[in-house]
Design a protein around this ligand. Structure first.
Ligand code: GLP
Length: 243
């Protein structure tokens, strides 16, 4: 079932999202959080760091699994998702060493890496709360539009539109990786709770299409219409095309 939290703006969206995550941690201190990158969740991570510093949220028993990673960017590269997560969250809270997980986009054998990541998620008992952003083409994680819904972790060729959108973080278009490794749609759908954040007018068309259009692998996020517990936390601008 879809719940929509309509928020005033990005700050309000971030606070409400952080509230949902912290409620999850309070209800199940040893929960598994599925985490996302991109600009949309950054405010929620900042809020969580702030609450952690005030003693209001405790990550000491939490485990995390991230959605995705670029292929070929070492951890120290400030555009790697490993770097992003440490910089925006992990380095500032009491998440124990070894409790955070990301797929390794530098692995020599990517097939083995995908199998390792799926086995790891299984061994943690699956994801309790999966946080998601949404790409302009409806991608979640890096599951790009295609002719089916991929089940497990896999390597993808990034869509032209995604390369363009992510170009803003790199010195030039040529530096944007063309491939990534992502958790599959099957794993995302198996999460017990999904929270998707969307902000800004540029996301309005895809928010409408994903949640109110036909369910199709051409709009990967549309599968979330079939998930039993999805909360869309979006600001007025992102919801401007939804009545
Ligand atoms: C990237 C990430 C996605 C994210 C998307 C949207 O492609 N792999 O997980 O949802 O960007 O990012 P933003 O929130 O910056 O619009």
């Amino acid at each position: 079932m879809l719940k929509i939290l309509r928020t005033k703006d990005y700050a309000d969206m971030s606070r409400k999202t952080a509230n949902l995550i912290s409620a999850q941690i309070i209800l199940k201190p040893d929960c598994v959080l599925g985490l996302a990158t991109g600009s949309s969740p950054v405010g929620a991570y900042m809020q969580l760091v702030d609450w952690y510093k005030k003693g209001d949220v405790d990550f000491s028993r939490v485990r995390t699994v991230n959605l995705d990673e670029y292929l070929g960017l070492p951890r120290e590269n400030d555009q790697s998702y490993y770097y992003f997560m440490h910089h925006n969250l992990f380095d500032h809270v009491n998440l124990p060493e070894g409790a955070s997980n990301l797929p390794n986009g530098m692995a020599e054998d990517m097939n083995a890496e995908c199998a390792r990541y799926d086995a790891l998620i299984r061994s943690l008992g699956g994801v309790d709360l999966q946080l998601l952003g949404i790409g302009h083409d409806g991608h979640i994680g890096f599951n790009e539009p295609c002719d089916h819904f991929p089940t497990g972790t896999h390597v993808v060729d990034l869509a032209e539109r995604t390369i363009e959108a992510n170009q803003r973080f790199f010195a030039s278009r040529d530096e944007v990786p063309r491939k990534a490794v992502t958790m599959g749609i099957g794993t995302i759908m198996a999460a017990r709770k999904v929270v998707l954040v969307a902000s800004g007018a540029e996301k309005a068309p895809i928010v409408k299409e994903a949640f109110f259009g036909p369910v199709t692998p051409q709009v990967p996020a549309s599968i979330l219409q079939m998930h039993p517990d999805v909360t869309l936390v979006a600001d007025e601008a992102a919801l401007s095309l939804v009545k």
